[in-house]
Design a binder for this molecule. Structure first.
Ligand SMILES: Cc1cc2nc3c(=O)[nH]c(=O)nc-3n(C[C@H](O)[C@H](O)[C@H](O)COP(=O)(O)OP(=O)(O)OC[C@H]3O[C@@H](n4cnc5c(N)ncnc54)[C@H](O)[C@@H]3O)c2cc1C
Length: 406
């Protein structure tokens, strides 16, 4: 079988790339996933679509995701259920105030509505909060969240409607090359599928496919996680704004009358990719450690959510996010083989930025003028790296440890 482009991975990044390529009529495209579409990291996200970022290119990528949502809703004639709840970012220290000022300035430059709000207004928007701890608060009314699995399925179905072939439960065993060029992929039963272009969007598993080619992508999977309280619709009104609280290394989001609480520990768990099984449900996220993380982080959040220790925790969700030492994504060609591209290294932002990441990947594949500077995301910007070494994994994990933003 011959294709023009094969995409490996049916998570947010692979499906968004498929959609963007199909939109550009890039040829005969096949997307393969070893599991179901949206069944891995892309169904475990907290789903925040945070618009304001201090790096302008990231705001462009996020805006593209919002644009994709509109386009796909029109194409499919159905709603992807974007919840425009707004966000409140809170600063209660000198350091976080500087961060909030930088965000305000970036938001103003990019035209993202934002306003400083009083403690009274903070309490109206976030009924669960001790508003007196919020020294400075910025409200951004156009921020939103979206069910990440539904968004991923939207990209996939839109890509299919535009002609992309999707094959699920079809794992790629290896990427094939001939004389320094990509020639296709091999399946576990020995079947060969030919294509001059292969896009590795295999998320946490991307380096396992690159290893036999002597290519190391500069990321490691680290554990991201959040907790969900029991339902209390008065304190946690449906679709109230999500909050970002850098002083507590925390974020919160409404979840049908419960509160999602995301906390970032000072030393996050990272994974040697070679130890990862094919499906996250088999994977050890060291769930016992969730209590240790709560013990470490809850005291920081207590100032804002005084009864955090008494809140019933109904659920815990953990999954891998692919972190890069400079906390920027990995998008573009891999120069060692003509026709090899990657879109990965999501740095915990694939829901928000996936549409833009897919667009940049598609533009680089088709030779269009890129809409953001590709150098920021170039796969080889760190030189040669060994993602299977403990030292490099620690470098990546350090980029995630103590993360404060949304
Ligand atoms: C707890 C948590 C909270 C998060 N919160 C947010 C948030 O609020 N906002 C935000 O923007 N982002 C968030 N993220 C990040 C977001 O979920 C990821 O950026 C996104 O899901 C990454 O998508 P992906 O396509 O790279 O990976 P995945 O969804 O894991 O997809 C990779 C796919 O590749 C397939 N695959 C792997 N190897 C092969 C192979 N050999 N052959 C065929 N297929 C293969 C897998 O089956 C899988 O389906 C969060 C993540 C977690 C874990």
């Amino acid at each position: 079988m011959n294709y023009d482009i094969i995409i490996i991975g049916g998570g947010l990044l692979g499906t968004a790339t498929a959609y963007q390529l199909a939109k550009r009529k890039a040829g005969k495209i096949l997307l393969l996933d070893g599991n179901e579409i949206a069944s891995q990291a892309s169904s475990r996200a907290a789903c925040l679509l945070t618009r304001a970022r201090t790096k302008p290119a990231l705001m462009e990528l996020v805006q593209e995701t919002y644009d994709c949502i509109d386009e796909i809703e029109q194409l499919l004639g159905e709603s992807l259920e974007l919840q425009q709840c707004g966000s409140v970012t809170i600063a209660s220290s000198e350091a976080s105030l500087k961060g909030v000022e930088a965000l305000e300035s970036a938001a103003n430059d990019f035209g993202i509505p934002n306003e400083r709000i009083s403690q009274k207004r903070v309490k109206e928007l976030l009924p669960w909060i001790n508003e007196t701890a919020a020294d400075v608060a910025v409200y951004m009314p156009t921020d939103a969240f979206i069910d990440s699995a539904l968004l991923c399925s939207g990209y996939a179905r839109a890509a299919k409607a535009l002609g992309v072939e999707l094959r699920t439960n079809c794992k790629v065993r290896s990427i094939q090359t001939e004389g320094g060029r990509i020639s296709g992929v091999e399946l576990p039963d020995g079947e060969m599928i030919s294509a001059p272009v292969v896009v590795n969007a295999a998320g946490s598993w991307a380096n396992l496919l690159m290893r036999p080619l002597g290519v190391g992508l500069p990321f490691t999977p680290v554990r991201s996680h959040f907790w969900i309280t029991g339902i209390d619709k008065q304190r946690f009104p449906v679709n109230h704004p999500f909050s970002v609280i850098p002083d507590a290394r925390a974020f919160t989001r409404s979840d049908v009358g419960a509160l999602i609480i995301g906390l970032r520990e000072s030393q996050c768990q990272s994974f040697d990719p070679s130890t990862m099984t094919d499906q996250l449900q088999d994977f050890d996220f060291n769930k016992a450690a969730k209590w240790e993380v709560l013990d470490e982080c809850a005291p920081l959040l207590k100032r804002f959510l005084p009864d955090i220790e008494d809140l019933g925790i109904a659920h815990y969700m953990a999954g891998p996010s692919c972190y890069v030492p400079d906390a920027m994504f990995i998008i573009g060609p891999v120069s060692k083989y003509e026709g090899l591209f990657t879109v990965t290294g999501c740095c915990g932002g694939g829901v928000a930025a996936g549409g833009g990441m897919g667009r940049l990947a598609a533009e680089l594949i088709t030779g269009e003028k890129p809409f953001v500077s590709p150098g920021l995301f170039a796969p080889e910007r760190f030189g040669e790296v060994d993602p299977f070494s403990a030292e490099f994994q620690k470098r990546c994990a350090d980029a995630r440890s103590n993360k404060k933003g949304g």
